[in-house]
Design a protein around this ligand. Structure first.
Ligand code: CTP
Ligand code: MG
Length: 227
């Protein structure tokens, strides 16, 4: 059985609005509920720790979800700090070498089949794995003047999604090492890579997107309306 850490301590600056984006409602439920449901409805997921901002007035205070235990802890100033806090708040029954899922509260459209694949393949990898999607567009590197400096071959490029699956202690150590070195890691895999480890890429659906902008929120609203 596997526990999950859900990063929900961000402010959603790029989307704006009165409340952080993870609490914006779509069809009567906040985005975080969609993220939690996708994780906790999976038979292999035992429970989750949600990392919320100190003083967060929008957090509904749930202590269970989909019939499974939900713990809350205070997140930090960066996503990496919030994930570290979540890892520390996992119940003691989660052992140092157990795999843990890390997921964004603002990523509401995770498919059960993708989570299945990640768990299946990641638990058979010595390091762990992440869901990712291949890059389809041609990539350009911009100069300061907005002109194109060069084209970056996309053949081997992937977009890192969540969930990401790593061992509890190894991931905590990797995130602490990055923090101590002053390196801002934007996902768990990056912290692991810095340690010389090689997480596996598991191809997941392109529509497991993170809600970052108003257009993303509209896209998710339209998807839910069609269901
Ligand atoms: N997150 C977190 N703690 C932080 C910052 C982000 O737990 N200090 C979480 C967010 O709540 C979100 C996920 O990490 O679920 C992905 O981060 P991002 O999309 O950057 O969300 P925000 O930081 O909230 O948005 P923005 O960068 O636009 O302010
Ligand atoms: Mg952010």
């Amino acid at each position: 059985m596997t526990w999950a850490v859900v990063a929900a301590a961000g402010r959603g600056t790029r989307l704006g609005g009165d409340i952080p984006k993870q609490y914006r409602e779509v069809a009567g439920a906040p985005l975080i509920a969609y993220a939690l449901r996708a994780l906790l409805e999976h038979p292999s997921v035992e429970g989750a720790v949600v990392s919320i901002a100190p003083g967060d007035a929008s957090w509904p205070g749930w202590n269970e979800f989909a019939g499974k235990p939900l713990l809350a802890c205070h997140g930090g100033d960066t996503r990496a700090e919030s994930v570290l806090a979540g890892l520390a708040a996992l119940p003691s029954g989660v052992r140092a070498d157990d795999f843990v899922l890390v997921h964004d509260a603002a990523r509401p459209n995770l498919r059960g089949a993708d989570l299945d694949q990640l768990l299946e393949r990641g638990r058979n990898d010595p390091v762990g794995a992440i869901l990712a999607a291949p890059v389809h567009d041609t990539l350009k590197q911009a100069g300061d003047d907005g002109g194109i400096d060069r084209t970056i071959p996309r053949e081997r490029l992937w977009r890192a999604l969540t969930p990401q699956l790593f061992r509890r202690l190894q991931l905590s150590r990797a995130l602490e090492a990055a923090r101590d070195a002053g390196v801002a890691v934007t996902d768990e895999a990056m912290a692991m890579e810095r340690q010389g480890l090689r997480p596996l890429l598991v191809e997941g659906s392109d529509d497991n997107f993170k809600v970052t902008t108003a257009a993303d929120l509209e896209r998710f609203e339209a998807m839910v309306a069609r269901r």
